[in-house]
Design a protein around this ligand. Structure first.
Ligand code: MN
Length: 739
């Protein structure tokens, strides 16, 4: 063991604690100081025996996280208290009840959130995604949970040196994947940049070192350039008696690296390694006028590029960013970006929305923006039923994407991600506007729903009460909100249609004297081979199932039943194809892990024959239905009712016959039918049950229903048919084409 100087350590702990208090500028009152002291003492005691990987006392970590919260995020006393205690419940004897007794309910909730989301990433990737979703859900409870979590991650990244290499890589990747984008969305620009740079440092150490060395080497040149560039501007600003600061802002190592990767260029080829920032100290009422005054002065000396003017003062970005950007030509012939903003804007840009708290009177709009964003996330999260990974993709798309600004006809401004379509905008306004959208006018010109919007467009949405959301809308909308709403509406629409079908069925049952009971509905489901009652109602309403023509049933004491044989005759009528009865069940299938011989029926929706890839499905009545794996119903059955699926394989070939329909087409020719039937019945000795031909302008389409032993038998026959002169295409009719 290493000899430790505990006295020196105690002193160091106190020194760090006092540093935290100095940084906690929002917590000056005696009560605030008491709460912080209490949290510190508790954390100190609880983590007493613990050390970090580096060998340092563990308490350094919570103190540092609390300090980041206070100093770099600008958070309140409650956050500092919770940051100090953030690892106690997870790693020590302290319980949530203790926290509540000693501090309060709010603190309990935040620490609970922090404890729950720790270890979020110690999982496989889809678990990660699911957990991330959970993490965001807690985020919507109290934003402080996520801000403290980001501070925690930042300190861990700053002290990553002591971890094993694999651990470093893992933590760095997670940081880049989730925490940096989140910090970005929350407007924590400095933290986002540092997280990215630190991630790169561990992921690509050599490239990181190379870029940072080059930046250091060119620092003097940059400083000289900026000073020279600033000379005439300073003179003019002084003459106007404007309070200002001019500084150079270097691009982050990560963004230089990204640009090198993206454009496949060398460091030397990156022209916008730095920007010049002019910050004016001015009261909030005069910010805008002052910024434009500075702009006017800058462009008096240097020629601006009109394409590169960005006014985020009149229209702040969605994450609260405000600034005026222009790119001007420097005396050396290089384009230089100049960022003009007030002190307040600068603070907010670097520290995020929490900095708004410092500026009285302006908290409302910032918090309103954030609230909107959180409300949207909550909405998406809570109604989300798809798999978590797809969700994360949508979500990240929305996090990363650049923004475009769209105007309503009244001149209201809406922010949407780049790539958004007219339909996204409609859903952004209101889900009903989206659902009933039939078109849009962009800058007074009529465009389709899928029209991609551009920043500055004025968009008027055209609605119709008759419109309902369509499946194909999902193929072009980009916002998570629109996708969510469309999926939801489609589902509801289906339910509504199903309700109509249910009424129709209820009337039918009444007419034939059958009770409207689940046992009868099940019988009907089985008869039509439909898996769920809702699906049955839906098909009835849509006319896919015509119950007026329902035949072959008996009603006895209100109970409905079908004769098997009649049932398939019914099917024949419904599908208007020529089909013979399905063969009875014989022991040709081995079902389940034990390969038992059990009773089963072959599903009529896909008509399996030996050799097909199949699975068994236990129906509501406990019967086993055998479907082909490529049956149109299979995906749904396999994904939703996996527990009802049993392994099934074909037993050795027995001399059983199974029916399949073979479809073929070709060029009409005298004697063709003869040749085909000859091959089938004479050459192959296959029993032909039905055959139909249709000829149209010299092209024929035919269907033949035959009995074969298995897929091999079928394929030999198909191959022979393909060789018949005039036949162009022969194939087994696949499940999707039936009925
Ligand atoms: Mn921690």
């Amino acid at each position: 063991m290493v000899e430790r100087d505990t006295e020196a350590e105690k002193k160091e702990i106190l020194r760090r604690y006092r540093g935290l208090l100095r940084a906690a500028t929002r917590s000056r009152s005696p009560q605030d100081r008491r709460r912080i002291r209490k949290a510190f003492n508790l954390a100190l005691e609880a983590h007493k025996e613990m050390r970090r990987k580096s060998g340092e006392p563990y308490i350094y970590h919570p103190i540092a996280v609390a300090r980041i919260c206070a100093e770099e995020v600008g958070l309140d006393t409650t956050s500092i208290v919770c940051a100090l205690l953030h690892d106690t419940v997870e790693d020590t004897y302290i319980t949530l009840d203790d926290i509540q007794n000693l501090f309060g309910k709010k603190e309990r909730r935040i620490i609970d959130g922090l404890t729950k989301i720790s270890g979020v990433f110690d999982q496989t990737s889809s678990m990660q995604a699911e957990n991330f979703r959970k993490m965001l859900l807690t985020l919507s409870d109290d934003i402080r949970v996520i801000l403290i979590k980001i501070a925690d991650r930042l300190h861990n990244m700053r002290t990553l040196d002591h971890m094993a290499r694999e651990k470093q890589l893992k933590i760095a990747s997670e940081t880049l994947f989730m925490y940096a984008p989140l910090a970005h969305r929350l407007g924590l620009y400095n933290i986002k940049t540092e997280l990215e740079d630190l991630s790169l440092k561990y992921k690509e150490p050599e490239q990181y070192q190379e870029i940072s060395a080059k930046l250091a080497k060119t620092k003097a040149v940059r400083t000289r350039f900026i000073n020279k560039f600033a000379v005439p501007i300073r003179k003019a600003l002084d003459a106007e008696r404007i309070d200002y600061e001019i500084k150079g802002r270097t691009k982050s190592i990560f963004s230089i690296w990204s640009k090198m990767q993206k454009k496949q260029v060398r460091y030397e080829d990156i022209y916008d390694v730095f920007a010049i920032r002019i910050i004016v100290d001015t009261p909030i009422e005069q910010e805008k006028a002052e910024a434009w005054k500075v702009y006017s002065i800058v462009t008096d000396f240097y020629q601006p590029n009109p394409d590169r003017l960005r006014d985020w003062i009149s229209i702040p970005k969605g994450n609260g960013y405000e600034s005026l950007h222009t790119t001007v030509m420097s005396p050396t012939g290089k384009w230089v970006e100049v960022q003009i903003r007030s002190r307040r804007m600068d603070n907010i840009a670097e520290k995020g929305f929490a900095a708004h708290w410092r500026y009285k009177g302006d908290t409302e709009s910032a918090e309103h923006n954030l609230d909107n964003w959180l409300a949207q996330i909550r909405e998406v999260l809570e109604s989300h039923e798809d798999d978590a990974l797809a969700f994360i993709d949508d979500f990240k798309l929305n996090l990363f994407s650049e923004e475009i600004y769209i105007f309503t006809p009244n001149g209201d401004l809406k922010t949407l991600p780049k790539g958004a379509k007219a339909l996204d905008f409609a859903f952004h306004i209101h889900s009903q506007v989206g659902s009933q959208c039939i078109g849009a006018k962009v800058n007074h010109k009529l465009v389709p729903l899928s029209h991609e919007l551009r920043s500055g467009d004025q968009v008027e949405i055209i609605v119709s009460k008759k419109q309902t959301p369509k499946e194909d809308w999902l193929s072009y909308v980009v916002t998570a909100r629109a996708k969510q709403k469309i999926k939801q509406a489609l589902k509801e629409e289906r339910k509504k249609v199903a309700a109509e079908g249910k009424d129709t069925l209820r009337r039918k049952f009444k007419n034939i004297g059958a009770s409207f009971l689940s046992v009868n509905i099940n019988a009907l489901q089985d008869h039509y081979d439909v898996e769920t009652a809702t699906e049955l109602y839906y098909r009835i309403a849509k006319g896919n199932i015509d119950i007026k023509k329902l035949k072959g049933f008996t009603v006895d004491g209100g109970r409905l039943s079908f004769k098997k044989r009649d049932a398939s005759q019914q099917k024949r009528q419904d599908t208007k194809s020529v089909m013979a009865p399905v063969p009875g069940k014989k022991e040709v299938l081995l079902i389940g892990d034990e390969a038992q011989r059990m009773d089963y029926t072959l599903a009529r929706c896909c008509n399996p024959i030996p050799g097909d890839d199949v699975f068994g499905f236990v129906t509501v009545n406990g019967e086993i239905k055998v479907h082909r794996v490529n049956c149109p119903n299979a995906t749904q059955l396999l994904s939703n009712y996996a527990y009802r699926v049993i392994k099934t394989r074909w037993a050795s070939k027995e001399l059983e016959h199974f029916e399949v329909t073979v479809q073929f087409s070709g060029i009409d020719d005298v004697g063709l039918v003869q040749r085909i039937t000859n091959i089938i019945s004479s050459d192959m000795n296959v029993n032909m049950k039905a055959i139909s031909f249709e000829s149209n302008d010299g092209i024929f389409d035919g269907l033949v229903r035959v009995q074969v032993h298995d897929t091999e038998h079928l394929h030999v026959m198909i191959d022979k048919l393909r060789n018949v002169e005039g036949v162009l295409n022969v194939q087994r009719m696949e499940p999707g084409q039936m009925a």
